[in-house]
Design a protein. Sequence first.
Length: 638
Amino acid sequence: MIPIRVAQRGRGILREFNEAGVLSAADVHVATRLGRLAGEDREPVLFAAALAVRAVRSGSVCLDLTRMRDIGVDTDDERPDQFDLAELPWPDEQSVIDAVRDSPLVRGGPAGPLRPLRLTEPARPGAGPLLYLDRYYRQEQTIRRVLTARAAGHPDADPAVVCRELDRLFGPAGDTPDRQRLAAALAATRWTTVVAGGPGTGKTHTIARILALLVAHRAAESGGDGAPLRIALAAPTGKAAARLQEAVRDQAGALGLPELSAATLHRLLGWQRGRSTRFRYHEHNRLPYDVVVVDETSMVSLTMMSRLLAALRPDTRLVLAGDPDQLASVDAGAVLADLVAAPFPGEADPAFETILAADPGFAGASAPAEGPEALTESERERLRGGIVRLSRGRRFGGRIADLAVAVRAGDTEAALELLRSGGDTLELRGADDIAAVRADIVGTAQQVTTAAETGDAAAALAAFESHRLLCAHRRGPYGVEHWDRTAAEWAAAAGAGPEHRSGTWYPGQPLLVTANDHEARIYNGDTGVVVRRPDGSLRVALQRGEEPLLIHPTRFPAVVTVFAMTIHRSQGSQYDAVTIVLPEPGSSLLTRELLYTAITRARRHVRILGTEEAIRAAIDRHVLRASGLSREQADQLR
């Protein structure tokens, strides 16, 4: 158990909420420091300021002042709550709102123009005032301003060329709306397109065809003599960027695409160490690309999205792809989910309407249609905002897909019924029923070691991806640290461990990379296996396209042996089978998004170690990150 750090300068309710674990010492220090600078000493205002800091740390962009009590204990261990949060001395919400409205922290005061907090009043009934730290308010406004401007106009598009290329890239149109085809048509006629969908719905397949369509359109537009389209591929992490690059390159030859490289968003924007401007590209020095594609957008924070949008030229097409139902960025914001929930509506585009009318593959895209594959009214509304949601999973299906849909929809009883009924693909076991997971861990480790000893890197990596143990927490009896030790002991006892206790590297050792080295093509989040070469030396095999990449172990900037990983770490990866270790129902990390993300990592089998109560708690606890982007209209700044 990790003890709570208490701010020595905290007084009154700040100290009580700090001791209860709702506020951290840092939250209290920031609030009291701001209060001293602005001449504000009223307890309700300082409490609201501390909660606003806490909200950002928990992933929200701002604090909804009418939902202060929704902020729970800030902990990653398995400690049960030591305090009944309902019994804490919560101040009256209206008195806090009134005090904040009149505070020099919001309005400025005699101490100077310092206004570190921003308060927006709701523009629609039923919504509460939002309290922001100034930095995040400005970032959100940048996103709103740029996306609104980009939605106001449309790039020139030749409907005949688009329809011809859609047939080439997707084949003859069918009788039902093809959402991948629809996404490509949208990207040809809009400056901003969002391609949303779960694992296996074909997002990267669609991205490659969008790029091929845009390349062909440029060639037709210029008669083949114009400058080639400048394309940038990006993702929030090195691992995600590498996978996007591989996926697009695998299809490049068949689609007529040039060879493209992908980079992290930091590298795309030109991160500069020790410079006054953190990034080379910004609103005064725009990115030199005609098309920018960002994959795994659900993991992009508000801060990074605001920097990207500010650095885009107005005539650059932007394609954002990702799963809005997955876990969001570890930093503040859930931009993709906000955009899908509340699209930025734009003007109707005659070229797009012409394409819809001319292509039979878009039946029902502009008007109601019958059948299970027809677009719903909400889908047509998103379409008007440049958003397509891919729904047909190609990577997994059947009962795993049914379970993922039930969890995503919040249908607890349907999810539990699927798990109770057992079968070959789903199972629910108690936390102490570990015989099956031990067998999977040992069997996987033995297969990996056998292949690694013979130098078969491809077989070792394939075996390593056959089963993965996923945890919600890092620490505690249900966390990664405990399960890593336990699984390593099981594997070693079965002969799949180091020959000597003092050995640093051994064949079959599973590794997780925890730092980037772009020159060596090593990325934070990569997983690999140590394999023995014919000459007896050891190398680490990483999956890179069709052929594994072999790197000497000493080249890695930072690695750890991994038998278990957090569900956050697993995002963007797929395994044949997963075992999901659920914590107690009271865990604040146990959410619908966490469970959905874990389930959708599996292709063939899902095992959950936990209780029905934990599953109910996860599905019932829907992550609600406060944000002004998800509101239908911009609120009024106070």
